[in-house]
Design a protein around this ligand. Structure first.
Ligand code: NCD
Ligand code: ZN
Ligand code: ZN
Length: 484
C-alpha cells in the first residue's frame, strides 16, 4: 500500500454529528482514512494536532471579492488569503462587480480573475430584469448559483420586477441551481430614504429607519411564493430580523426548498453599537434593535436558519468612514473573522461545536450541491480542514486583516476565544502555523463541476465517525444536553 501523504495525529475531530479524538490520513486531495489515535500507520508527512480541534473547512456562500471593477477594495488574492487565514476553504462570490456577472462573457472574465484564488470557489451569476436570456448561458458557463437583488445595495443594480423574477426562477428551477436573495424590497426603501433625505437626516441610525424589518418580511414572502410556484431552490441571504423568520418558517413548513443564512453582525451587534461605531456599522440590511438577536439565535438552534455566512463586503476605510450615512460604504470584511467569532460564541454557550459545523460547512455543502465532497470529514471527501486552538484567546485587530485595502471591521478590539492554526484545502496547506502559505496562490478551483459529479468512493478504510464517537462523547455535549 502506498503510504499516505499526510497524517494528522492527536487532534479532536468535530463533525455535524459529534466530537471524537481521531487521526486523519490524507491521500492526494482527499481523506484516505480516519481512525482511532495511533492506528493509521505511517505517512510521508505528519502534523501533530495535539490540543487542536479539526473541523471541516467552512463554506462561506456569501463573499464579495470586487474584481472586476472595484479592485481598489479587494481582489481574489487578498480575499481568498483572508479566507485561508480564517479557516474558510470554499467561498461563493457575488455578481455585483463592475461589470456585473450577468452574461457568459462576464462570467468567463471573472473565472480568469479568479485564477489567483487560494481556496475553492463558486461564482454567482446575476438574475436581473435585463438578462433573463443569459441565464442558460451562465449555467453552461459554470455559474455555481444565482443571485437576485430584490433591494438596492452596493453596485446599485436595479432590482428585477416580480415578472422577471418569476421567469428567471422558472428557467433556473429546471437546472436545480440555488438562487440567493438579497431580500429587501427596493420600493419601500427608496420611498423612505427619499423622505429621510428630504428632511435632512443622514445619521447612521437613519439608514436603519429607511430599512425597517417590513422590507425583509415582504421580500421573503414574495420570493417564497415564487419559489413555491416554480419549484426553484432559494436561499435568503443575511437574515437580520426576527420578523422575516415567520415567512421563512411558513415556507419551509410547506415544503419549499428555502434555506436561510445569518451573519455574525446580526447575531452579535445591535442598535446600542451605532453610537460607538458610527458609519462603520453600516451594512445592508442594517444591524437592528437588540431583541432580534435572540430570535436569530433561536432560529439557528431550531434549524430555521441553516447557514452562517459572512457577507464579506470590503470597502476602504475612507469609504466606510464617510459621515454622510447615505454615501458611506455598506458592509465590511468578514471571511477572516467568521470562525473566531463563532467559536467564541460556542465558548459562551450560544451553540455547540457540532451545531457550528452544521451551519458553517455541512449545511452549506448540502444546500449548494457540494455534498458529499465538502462539508464533512469522511473517507473520499476533500481534505478541506480547519484546525483551531479553542483554548487560545486573541483580540481581533483590523490592522492585521488580509483584506489589505479594507482593513476596517466593527469587531476591531473584540476579544475572542478560538484561534485558527492551520487550514488545508484539498490536502494542501493554505495556512500553516497561523501564517499564509504564499505558494497557495492559484490553488483554488471552481466547485461547479462537483455539483453534477457522482459521489466519491471511499478510499481504503472508511471508519465511521459515529462508531468512534461511541467511546468519546467528552466535549460533544450540545446546548440542549447542558440545559437538561
Ligand atoms: C454588500 C456589498 O458591499 O457588496 N454590502 C452590504 O452592505 N451587505 C452588498 C450586499 O450584500 O447587499
Ligand atoms: Zn445583500
Ligand atoms: Zn452581500
Amino acid at each position: 500500500m502506498e503510504p499516505f501523504d499526510l497524517l494528522i495525529t492527536g487532534g479532536t475531530i468535530v463533525t455535524h454529528e459529534g466530537v471524537a479524538k481521531a487521526d486523519i490520513a490524507i491521500s492526494g486531495e482527499t481523506i484516505g482514512a480516519i481512525g482511532a489515535p495511533g492506528t493509521l500507520g505511517a505517512a510521508k508527512e505528519t502534523l501533530d494536532a495535539t490540543g487542536l480541534h479539526i473541523m471541516p473547512g467552512a463554506i462561506d456562500v456569501h463573499v464579495h471579492y470586487r474584481d472586476p471593477g472595484m479592485a481598489h477594495k479587494e481582489d481574489w488574492d487578498t480575499g481568498t488569503a483572508a479566507a485561508a487565514m480564517g479557516g474558510v476553504t470554499t467561498v461563493f462570490e457575488m455578481p455585483n462587480t463592475f461589470p456585473p456577472t450577468a452574461t457568459p462573457a462576464a462570467l468567463a472574465d471573472k473565472f480568469e480573475r479568479a485564477k489567483t484564488a487560494r481556496v475553492d470557489f463558486g461564482l454567482y451569476g446575476l438574475l436581473a430584469e435585463d438578462n433573463i436570456d443569459q441565464l442558460e448561458g451562465l449555467i453552461a458557463g459554470g455559474a455555481a448559483a444565482f443571485k437576485c437583488f430584490m433591494g438596492n445595495t452596493t453596485g446599485n443594480l436595479p432590482s428585477p420586477s416580480t415578472g422577471a423574477m418569476l421567469e428567471g426562477f422558472e428557467i433556473i428551477a429546471r437546472h436545480g441551481h440555488r438562487i440567493s436573495l438579497h431580500a429587501e424590497t427596493a420600493s419601500i426603501m427608496a420611498w423612505r430614504q427619499a423622505k429621510l433625505m428630504e428632511a435632512g437626516k443622514n445619521a447612521p441610525l437613519d439608514h436603519l429607519a429607511a430599512r425597517p424589518a417590513i422590507v425583509a418580511i415582504e421580500a421573503v414572502q414574495r420570493a417564497a411564493s415564487l419559489a413555491e410556484w416554480t419549484g426553484a431552490r432559494v436561499h435568503v441571504l443575511h437574515i437580520s430580523s426576527a420578523d422575516e423568520l415567520r415567512p421563512l418558517r411558513e415556507a419551509q413548513a410547506r415544503g419549499v426548498d428555502i434555506t436561510g443564512e445569518t451573519c455574525p453582525c446580526y447575531l452579535m451587534l445591535d442598535t446600542d453599537d451605532y453610537a460607538r461605531l458610527g458609519p462603520v456599522i453600516k451594512v445592508n440590511p442594517p444591524v437592528r434593535e437588540p431583541h432580534h438577536k435572540a430570535g436569530l439565535w433561536a432560529a439557528i438552534l431550531d434549524g430555521t436558519i441553516g447557514l452562517v455566512a459572512t457577507d464579506h463586503a470590503p470597502h476602504t476605510p475612507e469609504e466606510k468612514r464617510n459621515p454622510d450615512i447615505w454615501e458611506a460604504g455598506a458592509g465590511f470584511p468578514g471571511v477572516e473573522t467568521l470562525m473566531p467569532l463563532m467559536l467564541n460564541a460556542v465558548a459562551e454557550g450560544c451553540l455547540s461545536l457540532e451545531q457550528l459545523v452544521r451551519i458553517s460547512a455541512y449545511n452549506p455543502a448540502r444546500a449548494f450541491g457540494l455534498a458529499p465532497f465538502k462539508g464533512r470529514i469522511a473517507g473520499g471527501s476533500h481534505a478541506d480542514l480547519a484546525l483551531f486552538d479553542l483554548a487560545a484567546e486573541t483580540t481581533i485587530d483590523q490592522a492585521k486583516l488580509h483584506s489589505l485595502r479594507a482593513r476596517i471591521t466593527p469587531f476591531h478590539g473584540k476579544r475572542v476565544k478560538g484561534v485558527a492554526m492551520h487550514t488545508l484545502s484539498r490536502g494542501q496547506f493554505v495556512m500553516k502555523n497561523k501564517t499564509l502559505v504564499e505558494a497557495s496562490r492559484g490553488h483554488g478551483r471552481s466547485v461547479h463541476r462537483l455539483q453534477s459529479m457522482p459521489a466519491p468512493k471511499p478510499l481504503r478504510v472508511e471508519q465511521s465517525l459515529s462508531h468512534l464517537l461511541g467511546s468519546s462523547r467528552a466535549d460533544g455535549t450540545t446546548l440542549a444536553d447542558r440545559k437538561a
